[in-house]
Design a protein around this ligand. Structure first.
Ligand code: UDP
Ligand code: MG
Length: 317
C-alpha cells in the first residue's frame, strides 16, 4: 500500500484550519479504512510564518492525532517556497505527495482520483479547473490573459492548473534537483518529465478568511512566472531595438532627400514625440534587463529557499 502525504501551505489561516483539517482527516481515514493508502499517510500543514494562531492550531492538531504533521517555517517565505518546504519534507517519508490550498478552494472530493492515477503508474497528476464560474470577471480575465502571455513568451504551463497536484517520490526527487531561488513551480514541473495525467475539478469559493494573493502579489507572481521560465522578453528588446534603428535610418534618408530639394522641416512635434517614445522604450528595455539581472543576483547568492524551524511528526505503527 502506498503512503500518501497531503501538503498544505498555510499563511494566516486560523479561520479555515479547523474545518480543513477535519475534512482532510475524514477523507484520509476513509481511504485508509478501504486499504487504498497506508496508515503511514499524513496530512502536513506548513506554517509559512503566520502572524495569527495558525501554528498553535497546527500543534494542537498534531497533539490530537498522529495523522497530522506540522512544519514550521522560521518566517514568511511566500506560497511557492512554503509548498516546496512541505514537498521536500514529504519526499522523505511518502511515496507521493498531493499539494493543495488550505482554504478548501481545491475540491477535496477528487483526492481519491489523484491517488487512483498514481496507482495506475502516473508520476505527476495535475488538477485542472473545469470551469471558472466562481471567479470574479476580473480574475477570470486576468488569468486568461496571463496564460496567453505565458504561452506567447514560450513558457510551458498547463492552462487552469494552479498548485493542486500529485507528485510521486521520484518526481519530487527530480524537483529537488532544481536549485533556483526564484520559484515558479507551475513552470518547473512540466520540465521534470515522466508520465503525467490530469484530474478535473471545480474550484470553490474560499471557505473563510480572505485571499492572501491581492492584485499586487498576483502581478508580481505573473512577472516572476514569465521571467523565470523564458528569456523571450530580452530577445524582444533586441528585435524592437533593431526595428527602431532601421526606421531611424530610413527617416534619415528621407529627410536628406527632402533637404536636398530645399524644403526645410518644421516638424518639432515629430522630434518631441520620438524623444519621448524612444526614451520610454529605453526605460522599458532597461527595466526588463534589470528584472533578469536582479534574478541572476538572487540566484548567485544561493540563499536557502526556506528555513524550517521545527517539524512535528510521529512515525506511528
Ligand atoms: N499562502 C502561503 N504563503 C503566503 C500566501 C499564501 O502559504 O505568503 C497559502 C495560503 O495559506 C493558501 C494558499 O497559499 O493555502 C493560496 O493562497 P490564497 O488562497 O490566499 O490565494 P488565492 O486562492 O486567493 O489565489
Ligand atoms: Mg485560495
Amino acid at each position: 500500500m502506498k503512503t500518501i502525504w497531503l501538503v498544505v501551505p498555510c499563511y494566516n489561516e486560523q479561520e479555515v484550519l479547523p474545518e480543513t483539517s477535519r475534512q482532510l482527516r475524514q477523507i484520509m481515514e476513509d481511504l485508509m479504512e478501504r486499504e487504498k493508502i497506508s496508515r503511514k499517510s499524513r496530512i502536513a500543514f506548513v506554517n509559512d510564518g503566520s502572524r495569527d494562531r495558525t501554528w498553535s492550531i497546527i500543534s494542537q492538531l498534531y497533539e490530537e492525532n498522529e495523522i497530522y504533521v506540522g512544519i514550521n517555517l522560521a518566517h514568511n517565505r511566500g506560497h511557492q517556497n512554503a509548498l516546496l518546504a512541505g514537498l521536500m519534507t514529504a519526499k522523505e517519508y511518502a511515496d507521493a505527495a498531493i499539494s493543495l490550498d488550505a482554504d478548501l478552494q481545491d475540491d477535496v472530493g477528487v483526492i481519491e482520483q489523484f491517488i487512483d492515477k498514481f496507482i495506475q503508474g502516473k508520476d505527476i497528476v495535475y488538477g485542472v479547473r473545469s470551469t471558472r464560474a466562481t471567479d470574479t470577471v476580473f480574475k477570470r480575465g486576468t488569468a486568461h490573459a496571463f496564460y496567453k502571455l505565458m504561452k506567447a513568451m514560450g513558457a510551458d504551463t498547463l492552462e487552469d492548473h494552479a498548485d493542486y497536484r500529485l507528485m510521486s517520490k521520484r518526481a519530487l526527487e527530480g524537483l529537488a534537483q532544481f536549485k533556483e531561488v526564484n520559484l515558479f513551480l507551475r513552470g518547473l514541473i512540466p520540465m521534470i518529465g515522466y508520465e503525467t495525467d490530469v484530474v478535473y475539478y471545480e474550484r470553490h469559493e474560499r471557505f473563510a478568511g480572505e485571499s492572501k494573493y491581492p492584485l499586487k502579489k498576483m502581478i508580481s507572481f505573473a512577472v516572476d512566472g514569465i521571467t523565470s521560465c523564458s528569456v523571450k522578453p530580452i530577445r524582444m528588446i533586441t528585435t524592437i531595438g533593431l526595428l527602431l534603428f532601421t526606421v531611424s535610418v530610413l527617416m534619415l534618408v528621407y529627410f536628406l532627400i527632402v533637404w536636398s530639394f530645399g524644403r526645410t522641416v518644421t516638424g518639432w512635434t515629430t522630434i518631441v514625440v520620438s524623444v519621448w517614445g524612444i526614451g520610454g522604450l529605453q526605460l522599458l528595455a532597461l527595466g526588463t534587463i534589470g528584472e533578469y539581472v536582479g534574478k541572476i543576483y538572487m540566484e548567485v547568492k544561493e540563499r536557502p529557499r526556506y528555513i524550517i524551524e521545527s517539524v512535528l511528526y510521529r512515525k506511528g505503527n
